[in-house]
Design a protein around this ligand. Sequence first.
Ligand SMILES: Cc1cc2nc3c(=O)[nH]c(=O)nc-3n(C[C@H](O)[C@H](O)[C@H](O)COP(=O)(O)OP(=O)(O)OC[C@H]3O[C@@H](n4cnc5c(N)ncnc54)[C@H](O)[C@@H]3O)c2cc1C
Ligand SMILES: *[C@@H]1O[C@H](CO)[C@@H](O)[C@H](O)[C@H]1NC(C)=O
Ligand SMILES: *[C@@H]1O[C@H](CO)[C@@H](O)[C@H](O)[C@H]1NC(C)=O
Ligand SMILES: *[C@@H]1O[C@H](CO)[C@@H](O)[C@H](O)[C@H]1NC(C)=O
Ligand SMILES: *[C@@H]1O[C@H](CO)[C@@H](O)[C@H](O)[C@H]1NC(C)=O
Ligand SMILES: *[C@@H]1O[C@H](CO)[C@@H](O)[C@H](O)[C@H]1NC(C)=O
Ligand SMILES: *[C@@H]1O[C@H](CO)[C@@H](O)[C@H](O)[C@H]1NC(C)=O
Ligand SMILES: *[C@@H]1O[C@H](CO)[C@@H](O)[C@H](O)[C@H]1NC(C)=O
Ligand SMILES: *[C@@H]1O[C@H](CO)[C@@H](O)[C@H](O)[C@H]1NC(C)=O
Length: 537
Amino acid sequence: MKSLHHSLSLLFIVVCSLSWVSASANSHDDFLECLYSYHPKESSSITQVIFTESNSSYSAVLDSSIRNHRFSTPNTPKPLVIVTPLNISHVQATIHCSKKQGLQIRTRSGGHDFEGLSYVSHVPFVVIDLVNLRSVDVDVENEEAWVQSGATVGEVYYRINERSTNLTFPAAVARTVGIGGSISGGGDGILFRKYGLSADNVIDAQLVDANGRILDRRSMGEDLFWAIRGGGGGSFGIVISWKIKLVHVPSTVTVFSVGRTLEQNATQLLHRWQYVAPNLPNDVYSVVTLSTTNGSENRTKTVLATFISLFQGGANDFIPLMQERFPELGLVKEDFIEMTWIESLLLLNGASNETSEILLDRSNRYSFLPPSFKSKSDYVREPMPEIALQGLWPQLLEVDEGGIAVQNIFAYGGIMEEISETETPFPHRKGTLYKIYYNIGWLEEENNNSQRYISWMRKLYSYMGPFVSKSPREAYVNYRDLDIGRNNDDGKASYKQASIWGRKYFKNNFDRLVYVKTKTDPKNFFKHEQSIPPRFH
Ligand SMILES: Cc1cc2nc3c(=O)[nH]c(=O)nc-3n(C[C@H](O)[C@H](O)[C@H](O)COP(=O)(O)OP(=O)(O)OC[C@H]3O[C@@H](n4cnc5c(N)ncnc54)[C@H](O)[C@@H]3O)c2cc1C
Ligand SMILES: *[C@@H]1O[C@H](CO)[C@@H](O)[C@H](O)[C@H]1NC(C)=O
Ligand SMILES: *[C@@H]1O[C@H](CO)[C@@H](O)[C@H](O)[C@H]1NC(C)=O
Ligand SMILES: *[C@@H]1O[C@H](CO)[C@@H](O)[C@H](O)[C@H]1NC(C)=O
Ligand SMILES: *[C@@H]1O[C@H](CO)[C@@H](O)[C@H](O)[C@H]1NC(C)=O
Ligand SMILES: *[C@@H]1O[C@H](CO)[C@@H](O)[C@H](O)[C@H]1NC(C)=O
Ligand SMILES: *[C@@H]1O[C@H](CO)[C@@H](O)[C@H](O)[C@H]1NC(C)=O
Ligand SMILES: *[C@@H]1O[C@H](CO)[C@@H](O)[C@H](O)[C@H]1NC(C)=O
Ligand SMILES: *[C@@H]1O[C@H](CO)[C@@H](O)[C@H](O)[C@H]1NC(C)=O
């Protein structure tokens, strides 16, 4: 169990150490005045949710959900004001006053954006942090729930489980991921091969648009409702809450996690996995984690491929399935461990010694992600040849002790094959064998060489080019990567420029996203480095 725990911990690599230097004070008086006068009756309540640099808790509030410390340095631009709304009228007031004062808004739910776009901008800006809007109202009878965007996936898992242990929601694995951002970009997790993405299981939503109007599915119309379920956060408005469809989990699930080094045929096994995993039944979640380790025999550094799976059912069904489909892996009965669904979530979160209450914890505790990191993604549609894998190993092995390079490969297939590419903006469906999540992390405080690690990541990405999807080389919008293109710092974007990264994230759905944007936010109020641009001729 201990080594299982350890190897699982590589899945989502870690954590926290905040440095803070206050940026120079800026003029925000007009904005604050506007907020106070917007709803005079509620001004007493709105003062409790406004943080400027003069408030002693400003830094704590800003840092509270920053996950990538590359964007938490003294040089990182800071918001003039942070608003933590208690209700929708605070959101409306912030939109109204930001517009009036020419300030940009960045919306933050869980703060996991890989490029920090939910809390960093290079023009004067305000952060709306939805941390206080995180209710989860579960309707067991109808197997539905209304979930506010500020909830984490951990809170959603916990609140549903509290009401029914056989219901859940298909969402991200790491408990601290925000509902707001993850649904906005799709959201894959343990159950996506069986039930689809988080976004595939949304049946209604409440959104505040650029005019401050509160819209639901009916009043926003099917185009906008389509766009917010995978078109990426921060382009169309602020989603306050989502009505989600709950799904069934059995009383017992089964997990295995086995590591194989190069000396133990990791190359051949990973090569074979490409043919096996995407075709496994929908009940199986299958991931391979690539890391490096000191070999057991002569302590030579080697690559470790850890094969991790979670099955919706008992070991009696899972063991024969794996022995038939993947005998080469050499699994033995002892590798299979049965547990409840909620225990499997704790395990995959590196917190199996905790009770389920840890799912409510919004801190970085037990997170395996290094403080600072650079990530990228690829989708693969043809199995890679063995020789390509052999060329990959030296690159993984060249990372020095200060860098933590862990690559995760997630099997696709299952129901993802059956959902049309245009059903939601998320296009990586039929024919996708797997997704690669590249990640390099480092402990910022221990060296000043982040550029070296970022360069390493870019070189790896360039090496992989010939072996992954092409025209476009697909990428996952929830693994935001500004290397693949960006709008200007002031949020201006030409359609042509944006369609480069836009087609990687959305393929031809990009055109419909541009159409929806043009219709609903023609003045481009909601914008960031990779927001969908409106288009005019
Ligand atoms: C440790 C870790 C584990 C992860 N695991 C998974 C995983 O298992 N599966 C997966 O699919 N992804 C995963 N991700 C990626 C994750 O889904 C994205 O980073 C997602 O965007 C995070 O959502 P958030 O609310 O936490 O982020 P935020 O940084 O708050 O938001 C992300 C983007 O959405 C916008 N946004 C946020 N809230 C709203 C809102 N209410 N309305 C409109 N726009 C909004 C933001 O402005 C920003 O552009 C993981 C990321 C990390 C760091
Ligand atoms: C922060 O400071 C402002 C201005 O000094 C004040 O109006 C507001 O109430 C303070 N916010 C909190 C949460 O204390
Ligand atoms: C907004 O929140 C305040 C403070 O909790 C409350 O007094 C007020 O009634 C709320 N308004 C709405 C519309 O929910
Ligand atoms: C789910 O659990 C509830 C009790 O929480 C039970 O009444 C119901 O029969 C279960 N449903 C299924 C499909 O197992
Ligand atoms: C690796 O594969 C070779 C050839 O298939 C086989 O002979 C050998 O026993 C395998 N080694 C391990 C450690 O499984
Ligand atoms: C691996 O070996 C190197 C060199 O001997 C050593 O510095 C390092 O600490 C070892 N790492 C682990 C995880 O044992
Ligand atoms: C260490 O083991 C690896 C893999 O078995 C082998 O390739 C290498 O030659 C060995 N090195 C030494 C010094 O024995
Ligand atoms: C679980 O283990 C961690 C260390 O790995 C420890 O810090 C924590 O206190 C433990 N939690 C409980 C509830 O024992
Ligand atoms: C990193 O840079 C900072 C500021 O430039 C400096 O104070 C610190 O000594 C450097 N650390 C190392 C390990 O070089």
